[in-house]
Write a protein that binds this ligand. Structure first.
Ligand code: NAD
Length: 481
């Protein structure tokens, strides 16, 4: 049984309650670990440690922070194999995916912000002959980072790295569903020489630890990634207390395919954008709109290719999909599959729990599932499912597909497939989304703004945006003699 601990003031500790929560291995459906069931008292201790550490961390040189964060990146890279195995065990994702995407990206996040802070600058505004204004960008103090289960270390580090680089101290809470790599990060930070209290990692339930953390008056900013429902709750707590918030929330992204698309590339990528990580990526394109003239061809090829995707145990190098994250989540996805049928959807592929044998017989696997015939306004096409379930819908004109694409309350990302440059620009401008990919998907440059509009997000992460979020501006005006 894997035992995990909180990381407070540089030490690994149990929760004050002494209680633990069970942690499940989705691939087998069995408990494999225990994570601290922390409460408000642990939150108070972590914030106190962070507040104390802030006095010195905020005064450290950019070069020092660069070196420490780079060391953390190095350590993550050195431990690629064991971290990937931990992530896959905890989350259920194929080991090959954790090795290729999740863990390298976590290292990249630390390295990127270790470098970015050395290039961060602020402005001066001269009033010629009269005065000089210069603007300082100062760290905020103690900030909270709260992350979800779908890309555990990847998203956790995406928040922590810029906050630390900018000179803040952090109390971070990973999802209680996938705490393992966040726990392993604690030891990495100790080994990398991160001073005690600069980063504190608290484990436990959202409504207990997460809520106490966001409410604490010493928390100056909250960087949250998760569901829109919890994001709304956090916003309602943060607003009257005037805390800064960055909210990355749900998505129901359109994947719009025109007849002039580079067909083979589009088909390959659409398989990924539909089913990668079992469809549990906020950027997955779960609503696929296909121009009528190629609809039948696309349907045939896409269904054949989806049926050929191997659903297998995470360690299988051929596995394209493995387990979804929890039994509760699996049942939620299966409920949406049932709802799609009630709403008049025609099942073209999948639609069932996939059964594996032996040790994996009780794991939480779902077949890649495709529906057609659903109205664009039905619940299945409007609500986030966050699983390997997509719907395909034909369209005849740009106006029609734009209306359908923009019809949800979400606006995170969109993908467009066309060779027509005019159309690509025209459509990209009109789509309600923070990120539009043209003839690609999930191609990320960490310098670019990342985030959504409408109910998908408030604020932008990425590049200098993140460093700006984690700093406060102070303008100083000096009058010339
Ligand atoms: P969730 O909202 O249930 O939980 C996210 C985190 O918030 C967890 O750590 C949880 O413990 C914590 N939490 C729960 N209740 C809380 C409360 N009252 N106060 C403070 N913290 C609380 O989300 P999830 O199920 O872990 O993740 C899936 C969701 O995340 C999906 O909606 C997905 O779209 C979204 N997501 C968005 C992005 C993005 O970049 N926009 C990226 C990944 C995932």
């Amino acid at each position: 049984m894997e035992k995990m601990y909180n990381y407070i003031n540089g030490e690994l500790r149990t929760a004050n309650s002494g209680h633990f929560l069970d942690v499940f291995e989705p691939a087998t459906g069995k408990v494999y670990g225990q994570t601290p069931d922390s409460d408000e008292t642990d939150v108070n201790e972590a914030i106190e440690a962070a507040q104390k550490a802030f006095e010195s961390w905020s005064e450290t040189s950019v070069d020092y922070r660069h070196r420490i964060l780079s060391r953390i990146a190095d350590e993550i890279e050195k431990k690629l194999d064991s971290l990937a195995a931990a992530e896959s065990k905890d989350n259920g994702k194929p080991l090959s995916l954790a090795k290729k995407v999740d863990i390298p990206r976590a290292a990249d996040n630390f390295r990127f912000f270790a470098n970015a802070i050395t290039q961060f600058s602020s402005e001066t505004h001269e009033m010629i002959g009269l005065a000089l204004n210069y603007t300082l960008r100062e760290p905020l103090g103690v900030v909270a980072a709260i992350s979800p289960w779908n890309l555990p270390l990847y998203l956790f580090s995406w928040k922590i790295a810029p906050a630390l680089a900018a000179g803040n101290c952090v109390v971070a809470k990973p999802s209680e569903v996938t705490p393992y790599t966040a726990y392993l990060l604690s030891q990495i930070c100790i080994d990398a020489g991160l001073p005690p209290g600069v980063l504190n990692i608290l484990h436990g339930l959202g409504h207990k630890v997460g809520s106490a953390l966001t409410k604490h008056k010493k928390i100056k900013a909250i960087s949250f990634t998760g569901s829109t429902k919890v994001g709304q709750e956090i916003a309602s707590i943060a607003a009257p207390a005037f805390k800064k918030v960055s909210l990355e929330m749900g998505g129901k992204n359109p994947n719009i395919i025109f007849a002039d698309a580079d067909y083979d590339r589009m088909l390959r990528t659409t398989l990924r954008s539909s089913f990668a990580n079992q469809g549990q990526i906020c950027l997955c394109g779960s609503r696929i709109f296909v121009e009528s003239s190629i609809y039948d061809r696309f349907k045939k090829d896409f269904v054949t290719a989806a049926k050929a995707l191997k659903v297998a145990k995470p360690e299988d190098p051929e596995a394209k999909l493995s387990a979804v994250v929890s039994e509760t989540h699996m049942n939620k996805i299966l409920d949406y599959i049932a709802l799609a049928k009630e709403e008049g959807g025609v099942l073209l592929a999948g639609g069932h729990r996939a059964s594996l044998s032996g040790k994996y017989a009780d794991g939480w696997y779902i077949e890649p599932t495709i529906f057609e015939g659903l109205h664009y306004n039905c619940r299945v096409n409007q609500e986030e499912i966050f699983g390997p379930v997509v719907s395909i819908t034909p369209f005849d004109s740009e106006e029609e597909v734009l209306k359908m694409a923009n019809s949800t309350e979400y606006g995170l990302s969109a993908t467009l497939w066309t060779q027509n440059l005019d159309r690509a620009h025209r459509m990209a401008k009109q789509i309600d989304a923070g990120i539009v990919w043209i003839n690609t998907w999930l191609l990320r440059d960490l310098r670019t703004p990342f985030g959504g509009v409408k109910h998908s997000g408030v604020g932008r992460e990425g590049g200098l945006n993140a460093l700006r979020f984690f700093t406060e501006q102070k303008n100083i005006c000096i009058k010339y003699n």
